[in-house]
Design a binder for this molecule. Structure first.
Ligand SMILES: [Zn+2]
Length: 370
C-alpha cells in the first residue's frame, strides 16, 4: 500500500482527486483502507474500481476480464472457475463500465488525429441483428470508441462522430469511411465550434475547416470484393493525400486499419453474444463488453507495427501499445493495473453561496490551504 499514489475520493473534500499532497495515510493494512487527513474520511483501496466490495480474489476478476476480452465463452469460464453464471455476467458489466470511464478520462482528450477510419459491424444474436460502429486513429492505431444500436442509421453514425469529435483538435483531418451516406451529414453536424460573439443566446456554429472525407466503396460478388471505388465526399484530394502520408496510413484512400480491428472484435463478440438473453432485451448490454475489449486493446496489447527499433536489455525492439504511441501513458499496462485504475474526480471548487460559511467548512478550507 502506497499512500503517495492515492487521492481522496470524497466529493466534499477540498483535496479530492489530488495526488502527492501528503494528505493520505494508511488507515488499516488489514482492511486495505486509507485515510485523508483533510476531511478525516477513510476509503478502501478499491474505491471507484470494479473490485470494490468484491467477494472474490482480485486476481480471479483480472483473469475473468482477460478471458472475456479475448472472446472466451461464458460457459467455459463458469466451468473452469466454478463461478455462477450471474456472477460472471455481473463482472463483465462492472469491468466494462469501468473501462468506459477510463476510456473517457484518458482517450477522449483532444489531439491531432491526422487520419481517422470508421466502420460498422453487424453482430448476429439469436434472431436479432446488432450494429456496432467504431472509429480508430490510424497513426497510433488507437481505438477511439464505439456505439451500439439496433439499426445502422444516422443516429448511430452521429453518436460515433460525437466521440471522434471529443478526441479531435481542430486541425486538418482525414476521415475514411465506407459508402454509407449518413457519414457526410453527421460529420458536418458534429465538427463545428461556436463562434463567440459576446452576445446572449445561442452562438452561431462554424464548421471546422480542413475536414476531408474519403469514401471507399466496395462492390461484392458473394463474399469476394470485385470492385473498389475511392472518392472524396468532402474536401480536396491533395490534402487527403498529405494526411495519408503523414499518418502512415497507406498510399490510397482505404479503410483497411479499422476493418482489421473490426474483424478481431467481431470474432470475439460472436462467441459472447450467441446465447446472451440479456442482449435480446437490450442491445446496450453489449456496450460495456465493447469497451472492455477496446480498452484492453489500447492499453494492454502491444502492437507489432508500433514497435520501435532500439536495444533495451538485450531486446531488439521496444514494444508499444496504441496508448503509448498516442502519448497517453509511458508503459504497457497489465489488466490488473487497468482494473485498479482510479479515475480522479475533477478539482474541488469552493461552493458559491451568499452569507457566512459554516465553521466546519472554514476549518476544512484552512486545513487544505495550509
Ligand atoms: Zn479528503
Amino acid at each position: 500500500m502506497d499512500p503517495r499514489e492515492q487521492f481522496c475520493p470524497n466529493m466534499t473534500c477540498p483535496a479530492r482527486g489530488k495526488v502527492g499532497e501528503n494528505n493520505i495515510v494508511v488507515h488499516s493494512r488489514k482492511e486495505a483502507r486509507y485515510k485523508c487527513n483533510i476531511c478525516g474520511k477513510t476509503f478502501a483501496e478499491t474505491t471507484g474500481t470494479p473490485m470494490y466490495r468484491l467477494h472474490h480474489a482480485t486476481e480471479l476478476m483480472v483473469i475473468v476480464a482477460t478471458l472475456i476480452a479475448h472472446g472466451c465463452p461464458l460457459q467455459a469460464i463458469v466451468a473452469a472457475y466454478h463461478l455462477d453464471e450471474r456472477t460472471v455476467m455481473d463482472w463483465q458489466e462492472r469491468v466494462g463500465r469501468h473501462c468506459k470511464q477510463v476510456h473517457e478520462h484518458l482517450v477522449e482528450q483532444p489531439q491531432d488525429l491526422e487520419q481517422v477510419q470508421a466502420d460498422e459491424i453487424r453482430v448476429k444474436a439469436q434472431g436479432k441483428v446488432i450494429w456496432l460502429a467504431m472509429a480508430m486513429m490510424v497513426s497510433t492505431r488507437l481505438w477511439l470508441g464505439g456505439v451500439v444500436g439496433e439499426r445502422r442509421d444516422e443516429g448511430l453514425i452521429l453518436a460515433l462522430m460525437g466521440i471522434v469529435r471529443k478526441c479531435a483538435l481542430a486541425r486538418p483531418l482525414l476521415i475514411c469511411v465506407d459508402g454509407f451516406s449518413a457519414y457526410v451529414q453527421a460529420i458536418a453536424r458534429t465538427f463545428r465550434s461556436p463562434l463567440p460573439t459576446g452576445k446572449r443566446g445561442r452562438p452561431q456554429l462554424i464548421p471546422w475547416p480542413d475536414i476531408h472525407i474519403g469514401q471507399v466503396i466496395k462492390r461484392y460478388q458473394g463474399k469476394r470484393v470485385v470492385d473498389i471505388t475511392r472518392r472524396m465526399a468532402q474536401g480536396c484530394f491533395e490534402s487527403a493525400q498529405a494526411l495519408l502520408q503523414k499518418s502512415r496510413g497507406g498510399t490510397k484512400l482505404n479503410t483497411a486499419f479499422i476493418e482489421r480491428l473490426n474483424a478481431t472484435f467481431r470474432s470475439r463478440l460472436a462467441v459472447l453474444v450467441r446465447r446472451s438473453r440479456a442482449l435480446i432485451r437490450n442491445p446496450q448490454t453489449l456496450e460495456p463488453l465493447m469497451y472492455l475489449m477496446g480498452t484492453i486493446y489500447n492499453f494492454c496489447t502491444e502492437h507489432k507495427s508500433l514497435r520501435l527499433p532500439g536495444v533495451v536489455g538485450g531486446h531488439k525492439w521496444i514494444p508499444r501499445t496504441p496508448a503509448i504511441a498516442a502519448d497517453l501513458t509511458d508503459h504497457i499496462w497489465t489488466v490488473k493495473e487497468l482494473l485498479l485504475f482510479r479515475i480522479p474526480p475533477p478539482d474541488w471548487q469552493p461552493p458559491k453561496h451568499q452569507g457566512k460559511r459554516s465553521q466546519a467548512e472554514m476549518a476544512l478550507m484552512a486545513k487544505w490551504s495550509s
